[in-house]
Design a binder for this molecule. Sequence first.
Ligand code: AP5
Ligand code: MG
Length: 217
Amino acid sequence: MRLVLLGAPGAGKGTQGELLALELGVPRIATGDLLREAMATGTPLGNAMREYVTRGELVPDEVVIGIVKERLEQSDAERGFILDGFPRTEAQAQGLENLLKELRRPLTAAVYLAVDPEDLMERLTQRRVCSQCGATYHLTGRPPKVAGRCDVCHAELIQRADDSAEVIKRRLEVYQAQTEPVLGFYERLGILRRVEGTGSPKEVLSRVKMVLKEGSV
Ligand code: AP5
Ligand code: MG
């Protein structure tokens, strides 16, 4: 199974990506996580990435395509993968097509998680993530057992630097302008699958599994 997860910031790409990766036994490859890891190293490249990410702007295509290429060439991606947050521009989508053609591993489907714009701001301002393992919480919808602490590794929960109302607004604008056209790209290839992204994460997961089985749009 080689999947792309599409959707606005806060649509649940990370949440569904983690659940699907467990079910399918394939790695979830999230460009946002890879970029945050690079930022945490403090290297010149990581610092340059921070400039974009903290403003809610996209990192240049060639940088992200290079990161994804390197990751897809690792052996665990041979049995399949779930791309979360990539591609985000038509140039990235074309770059991925070229790369997968070279590897002779075409995509199975591009799953678009559709969520009403008014829900996205609430989801993102209420999100907290584990500072160590990256597990995701929602203050009311999916609260940790102990306030401020991760259920899995007990480390401190933090708010992502780009989860302030102002930066979320910019991320949503950037999504509309630069990422929405990617839906058309996959529609033209005939592999776009639209899934209603509201309801509990489990409900959304079963819808995703259903469209993957049926192959319907
Ligand atoms: P990235 O980390 O990918 O952020 P994003 O796309 O903005 O998406 P999010 O991670 O914010 O949301 P999500 O869809 O994963 O939702 P989640 O499951 O967490 O990218 C960050 C930045 O990195 C970009 O802005 C850009 O600068 C850079 N970048 C990354 N990729 C790039 C690329 N390809 N090219 C260029 N630049 C790139 O859920 C959100 C919240 O909702 C959580 O609290 C969760 O608990 C809750 N929730 C989830 N599902 C449900 C549900 N069904 N019902 C209720 N609540 C739910
Ligand atoms: Mg995410």
